[in-house]
Design a protein around this ligand. Sequence first.
Ligand SMILES: NC(=O)c1ccc[n+]([C@@H]2O[C@H](COP(=O)([O-])OP(=O)(O)OC[C@H]3O[C@@H](n4cnc5c(N)ncnc54)[C@H](OP(=O)(O)O)[C@@H]3O)[C@@H](O)[C@H]2O)c1
Length: 306
Amino acid sequence: MPDSLSLGFIGFGEAGFAIARGLHEAGVEGILFIHGRRQDPARAALATKRGREAGAAAVDTARELAARSDYLLSVVPPAAALDAAREFAPFLGPGKVYVDLTSSSPRDMQAAAKLIEAAGASFVDGALMGPVPAEGRRVLTFLAGPQAEAVAAALNGIGMNCRSVGAEAGQAAAIKLILSIATKGFGGLLVEMLLAGHHFRVEETVLTVLNDQFFGRGLEYVVDRFVGSDAIYAGRRAVEMQAAQQLLEELGIDPVMVRATVERLQWSASLDLSAKFGGVVPAGYREVVRAWEEIGLFDRQPRKPE
Ligand SMILES: NC(=O)c1ccc[n+]([C@@H]2O[C@H](COP(=O)([O-])OP(=O)(O)OC[C@H]3O[C@@H](n4cnc5c(N)ncnc54)[C@H](OP(=O)(O)O)[C@@H]3O)[C@@H](O)[C@H]2O)c1
């Protein structure tokens, strides 16, 4: 890896601009960028203004950006990520590093990796794990791919905050997406809980109990407790949750999350893990994951990109 990096940003919106400006303020020079609607005078003017603030120069073609940059950082909208990889691949080769920082799916990251690696360049899948305008170049950035460790070291060397999370492209994107299952899903459940709670003016007490009995004891406790007992008591809980579903319906609240939870509990009960564990709640979630493995839940391979 070179000591001083020549950086080229593909996309110079909120995220690309904020990272570039932070790097510029930290002393990184010679940053280049390309943006999408180059024919649109208003977009071009905004890009020029941003470029001035970030000490970065706009280039007009993918060929030029690729030729003048060792590290290409793609920060385009997810829908444009594969198009960008396709556009740049013909101009890349050995020694070039393409870091895809878009919030794309693991599958799209793997497809982009194929395009870039076929050209002989290195591909790194990246996930920006926080609000970039607020955190700038220091935003926690997960990287994955065969070169992830070396690329993380190089980008950290110029002031970024990268962490290698795996040697396969798609793993960083997977972490970000999978995390949102819990953060967004739990958010949806909390909304339904508060809607019902406020109807009875009991939401403060409900939250206090939720904290005292569960979340106040730490995440590991919560995961062990919820997933461990799911393996044994899912059937009973499905029935209890149906009562919660009925309550929400009576209150005129569409119980979207609760209804889905009933279905998930019924699915868990159908696995019959209670018999496997002899009716005793396993000590932790890892035992349940092992049981899922043993009954073949992970045998089906995810579809690979074409
Ligand atoms: N903003 C955040 O805090 C944040 C946090 C986590 C992850 N992310 C991810 O970072 C990426 C960028 O987000 P953003 O908020 O910066 O979006 P944005 O403000 O909409 O900026 C997107 C940029 O990409 C350019 N672009 C679009 N298609 C292009 C192409 N084919 N070639 C070159 N440039 C192209 C756009 O140019 P024009 O405007 O000229 O078309 C614009 O400069 C997304 O994948 C997003 O999910 C952002």
